[in-house]
Design a protein around this ligand. Sequence first.
Ligand code: PGA
Length: 256
Amino acid sequence: MRQKIAAGNWKMNKTFDDGISLVKDIVNGAETKPGTLVILGTPFIHLKEAVQATSYNDQVKIAAQNCHQETKGAYTGEISVEMLKSIGVEYVILGHSERREYFRESNERIAEKIKAVLAGGLKPIFCCGESLEIREEGWHVRYVKNQLKRGIFDLSEEDFKKVIIAYEPIWAIGTGVTASPDQAQEIHKEIRNAIAEQYNDSIANATSILYGGSVKPANAVELFSQADVDGGLVGGASLKAETFLPIIDALPAHIS
Ligand code: PGA
């Protein structure tokens, strides 16, 4: 069965010292249940120390929030997969709506990055999700399926099994508005069905699909108890141990 995951996306927040003390508060405070995983998506400067600070707990992993698609070269300001790997990072968040919007990352660019991450032996957290306009016009399912198709559906079965999907409706990110548990379940089910159609039932059933967009302690239990919601990708509420620890606690235990 699939893993239940609480992933934090810190975005561009926390000085070095503040970030490392948060990592320690989380790894020391988390009561991780069987079959659950915590992933902390920190800025680049925290990664190496964060990997070391969490190394004694194999249910807490560290993610970068971006990487470059090329292996090395003249790309001023960029970070390669090999560099991330060399400090023990295991996951990379890709395709976040902020990267798509503010940094003009296209579906094609994201697909290249996904392939680079997999080729380097790391695991991508692939983000997708529609704008409010698309939701109101009623074609969000089609839009998200197209993002899946262009971002990850040409991967081999073996590679696809390493991908975590995060459905994050843009209208719910950082707005305090959360998709209702029914809205989340509806689209997560569509995503799982699309995976089954593209690959097969067993791969679809084994894929973790996280919900993102204003997840907080008050709504995490209900969201995570939906059949096809396998945890969350959490921004604002992952910046404090007092709000992220209860979200980790909201993951249902899974005993296989
Ligand atoms: P939020 O962000 O939890 O602050 O809405 C989620 C995300 O952007 O991953």
